[in-house]
Design a binder for this molecule. Structure first.
Ligand code: NA7
Length: 533
């Protein structure tokens, strides 16, 4: 093994998490290297280039707050930013802070092995020399390993096939084409209205109908931008006090959905629908913990779908009967309306599945469909996919894949027993995907930085979560998830979308409580961690 370099920190991934960790490492005077699979920064926003791709967190919130100059000078154009604009932002940050000189692009980390004799990690990339680093920080993204289901005979299809999460940089021309979209999660729901406008015919293959709420997207008013920028710190602080670290200006309702009359329910939900976005369920304080309340809200949305989709039979097929919010709520622009178009067809495959692909298309419900292009909007091996696809081995050569064979276990969502000096930004067991990701990323980066500082101050060589602390944390995460309705459906939060993946609720609901717990651990000299000299 050719090892030519030694770094204090090796970072995997140059999305927002990796970029921020690199910036912070430099600020601390540490030597750092970043490995990135893509040819540029941006992570999620580098890969997901499908038409209609947008963030479901409002632009004024979806940005870094570590630099006031940065947040003052960057201008978002719309309420919800498009993928190209977010990618531009990532590139702007990289340039402004001169990050790229320490990022090795086009480079996949093949393995990371902890060497006990060195108290360091040996990181082997797909090209270039292996490096040794005291610390490794994974910034690999929660939705970065695509879920690409195999269909019978899928190699026969002679047309084009694209996964939304690996979209070609040259774009795809749908004009005049017969197109299939398989999957109606967020990616499918964002892209379907866009493709429908270009394609000759669009067939949507739906396994489970999704609940989606309008974005009501549009240009940001200069007055609003000015008002946020005038008090950006307050705006951020308010957001961070909410459960999802999103929307501090839109407080959660103070009553449960079963505690109000039909008229009040209607008024509250109409107002939330008119405002649009992920905070729709925040009209009531019990949407995700009380089944009866949830069902009242769900029924209201079903009625709404019925009022938008003109063909009543199609409307019924688009109406979900699952717990609303259990799968991530989607934020859309004209999704249900798209099914009023003559060139759009809905095919249910919930009970029947896609039988097989053919050279001209596919067979579902015993009917053969012909396509020029098939779009797989089939999601991701979320939260653990990228970590477990990398050969990560801790003390005694233990593989992370073995340690997590029954589902991810860790402490604070940040560190794993048996894997010293390894930190996982927005790992499972932390609020991560249930929050504004950039807020969670910055919280983790700052926490990790202080932890590393502490280690260096005490001249320790390594830090590792104790087994006991890890067990207690896993219990805590399970207990919180168990109090919610999240386990009541098949979602990527639970790993249900990937055949064979252990069914465990991976993110931890409740950002403020999580932050408090991390702070408490820190203030008690890193309770639950063992340090070695
Ligand atoms: P999602 O939300 O996991 O959606 C994937 C969709 O693909 C969903 O409708 C799935 O149906 C469907 N799917 C998955 N596998 C198959 C197979 N084998 N056959 C048919 N249909 C299938 O992924 P997205 O990319 O849309 O969104 C991920 C997140 O990115 C999103 O939540 C936002 O946070 C951003 P299912 O519902 O499992 O029955």
């Amino acid at each position: 093994m050719r090892v030519t370099e030694y770094f204090d920190i090796a970072i995997v991934g140059a999305g927002f998490a990796g970029m921020d960790m690199l910036r912070k490492s430099r600020e601390m005077g540490l030597s750092a290297v970043v490995f990135e699979r893509g040819k540029d920064v941006g992570g999620t926003w580098y890969w997901n280039r499908y038409p209609g791709a947008r963030c479901d967190v409002p632009s004024m919130e979806y940005s870094f707050q570590f630099s006031d100059e940065l947040q003052q000078e960057w201008e978002w154009s719309e309420k919800y930013a498009t993928q190209p604009e977010i990618l531009q932002y990532a590139q702007y940050v990289a340039k402004r802070f001169d990050l790229k000189r320490d990022i090795r692009f086009d480079t996949i980390v093949l393995s990371m092995h902890y060497e006990e004799t060195e108290s360091a990690w040996l990181v082997t990339p797909s090209q270039g020399p292996a490096v040794r680093a005291r610390f490794v920080v994974t910034a690999m993204g929660c939705l970065s390993s695509t879920n690409r289901p195999r269909f019978t005979n899928d190699e026969l299809f002679r047309g084009e096939v694209y996964h939304t999460g690996e979209w070609p940089h040259s774009g795809v021309d749908f004009v005049g084409k017969r197109v299939a979209v398989i999957g109606t999660g967020s990616s499918g729901i964002q892209t379907i209205p866009m493709i429908a406008q270009e394609a000759k015919h669009l067939t949507v293959f739906q396994r489970t109908p999704a609940y989606t709420v309008p974005a009501h997207n549009g240009p940001l008013s200069p007055q609003y931008v000015q008002s946020v920028k005038a008090n950006y710190a307050d705006f951020r602080a308010k957001n961070m006090k909410t459960r999802a670290a999103i929307g501090g200006d839109t407080p959660t309702g103070t009553r449960g959905a079963t505690e109000v009359s039909n008229t009040e329910l209607n008024e509250i939900l109409e107002a939330r629908w008119a405002k649009g976005g992920l905070l729709f369920l925040g009209g009531f304080n019990d949407a995700m913990i009380n089944g009866a309340s949830n069902e009242r809200i769900a029924q209201w949305v079903r009625n709404k779908i019925g009022s938008i989709v003109t063909d009543k039979k199609i409307a019924v097929r688009l109406q979900p009967h699952t717990v609303i919010g259990c799968k991530r709520l989607v934020v859309d622009s004209g999704y249900y309306e798209t099914f009023n178009r003559d060139n759009v067809e809905l095919v249910d495959i919930g009970l029947t599945k896609i039988d097989r692909f053919t050279k001209n298309g596919l067979v579902a419900n015993t009917k053969e469909f012909e396509f020029d292009i098939i779009v797989l909007a089939t999601g991701f091996d979320a939260m653990t996919g990228s970590l477990l696809r990398t050969d990560i081995r801790g003390r005694g050569g233990q593989r992370l894949a073995d340690a997590w064979s029954a589902g991810p276990v860790n402490y604070l969502g940040l560190t794993v027993h048996g894997f010293p000096n390894l930190f996982t930004i927005t790992g499972p067991g932390s609020p991560s995907v249930l929050t504004n990701m950039i807020v969670s990323i910055e919280h983790h980066v700052e926490w990790i930085a202080r932890c590393i500082h502490y280690i260096r101050e005490r001249k320790a060589l390594s830090v590792e979560a104790t087994r006991e602390a890890q067990n207690q944390w896993v219990e805590h995460v399970n207990a919180i998830a168990g109090m919610t309705l999240f386990p009541n459906c098949n979602s990527w939060y639970l790993g249900d979308n990937v055949p064979g993946k252990p069914r465990v609720f991976m993110p931890l609901p409740g950002f403020p409580d999580y932050v408090q717990r991390c702070t408490a651990v820190e203030s008690e000299n890193y309770r639950g961690f063992a340090f070695s000299n």
